[in-house]
Each structure stands twice: as C-alpha cells, then as structure tokens.
Design a protein around this ligand. Structure first.
Ligand code: 3PG
Length: 215
C-alpha cells in the first residue's frame, strides 16, 4: 500500500486547518517534550512540528505523541531514512523544506502524509502535477512573503500553503487573511530562553496569543 499525493494533501489540509499556527520546534532535551507539548496544546495549538535537527528530536516525538490532544509531525525531512525514523517514532505527518523525488516517494511508501516545501511557481507546479495541493511555503519571508503568495493565487488556485520562515506575531495576520493560506508555521511560540527556564506558562501564553491572532 502507499498513500496517494492527493490523499496526503487531504490529510495535511485537515491538520493545517486545526489551528492558525504550527509551532516549529527545535528541541535540545527530550525531557522538556511533554511539558512543552502540554503547554502548546493547552494554549490552543494542537499541531506540533518537531524538526529532526537535534539528537533529541525522535525521542521528543515519541514522548509528545502520547500527549492528549496533540498531533505531532516530524519536520526537516531530508532523506529517506528521516521518513522511516519519523514514522517509527510515531509522527503522524511530515514536513520538508523542499521536495525531492525521493522524499515524496518515501513518504508515499511509508504512508506518512507530507507537507512538502516549495518557494517558486515552478516548484508549486511540480507538486501540483504530482497531486500535492497542500504545501509549506518556505522560507516565507525571504522568498517573497505575502506579495508573492498573493501573486500565486490567481494562476495557481489549487495550491494552498502553510508559510513558514520569518513569520512573527506582527506579520501573521497578513498571511492568514490570504485565501490560499491555511495556517502558518513558526518558532516564536517556543523561544529557547523560555524552554531553558521551564517557563511553560509563558509558552502557553504565547500559544494562546498565536491561536487567536487579530485578523
Ligand atoms: C524553520 O524551519 O526553521 C522554520 O522555518 C522556522 O522559521 P522561524 O524560526 O523563522 O519561525
């Protein structure tokens, strides 16, 4: 069995619709995973992307996957092995900064719904051609931000985006009001200093603010 791109996009669209922001998490210590996830979920952000950029990431996914109400995905999928490890750790979706043939194929074979990255019209067209309609727009701000996404809406109406990279509480509302944006990703809701201090109430407050942006 394998997951079709259309079904993967249907599932990632459903996930992206659960909250306006997906926290992008770079975790150094897996022992912080559960309180971090609990704070984010309590604040209204149930969808979590744990990037596979640290040795603690897979253990963090394993721990977070057990947190009530959370939907935990693995980010920064770059290689086929990343997909297999993410799936084995209990990730329910994957995110990649771009889209290579081998990553798309590996996720389809592993039945891990992927939010693949794109940052040009040609990359969006290539994903649409394969059957993906829900994508990460990365890196959002450096790649053209709100005006770029606005320009894609008319020629490529089938594509829907989760912009990530440079999103802040200040520019978030401008992204969310675009018809082709479903949600945004960002790391500002899990600042390293608050994690290091174990300030879970502070992280819950940041999540609450992100979950109710003034659009
Ligand atoms: C990333 O992959 O690092 C994300 O794009 C997060 O970007 P941000 O730190 O600008 O939110």
């Amino acid at each position: 069995m394998s997951l079709s791109p259309a079904e993967a996009s249907r599932q990632t669209l459903e996930i992206c619709r659960k909250a306006p922001v997906i926290p992008v998490i770079l975790i150094e210590n897996a022992s912080t995973a559960v309180p971090m996830a609990e704070a984010l979920v309590a604040g209204g952000l149930p969808v979590l992307e744990v990037t596979l950029r640290t040795p603690a990431a897979l253990d963090a996914i394993r721990a977070m996957a057990k947190v009530q109400g959370g939907i935990v995905g693995a980010g920064t999928l770059l290689r086929r092995e990343d997909v297999l490890r993410a799936k084995e750790a209990g990730a329910t979706f994957g995110v990649s900064p771009g889209a290579t043939f081998s990553i798309l194929e590996a996720c389809e074979e592993a039945e891990l719904p992927l939010l693949p990255g794109a940052s040009t019209a040609s990359e969006v067209m290539a994903l649409l051609e394969r059957g993906y309609t829900t994508m990460k727009f990365f890196p959002a701000e450096p790649a053209g931000g709100v005006p770029f996404l606005k320009s894609l809406a008319s020629p490529l109406p089938a594509a829907h985006f989760c912009p990530t990279g440079g999103i802040t509480p200040a520019n978030l509302p401008r992204y969310l009001e675009l018809p082709n944006v479903i949600c945004c990703g960002g790391s500002w809701v899990v600042p390293a200093d608050k994690v290091a201090a174990g300030d879970w109430a502070g992280i819950e407050a940041l999540a609450k603010a992100a979950a109710h942006p003034s659009v």
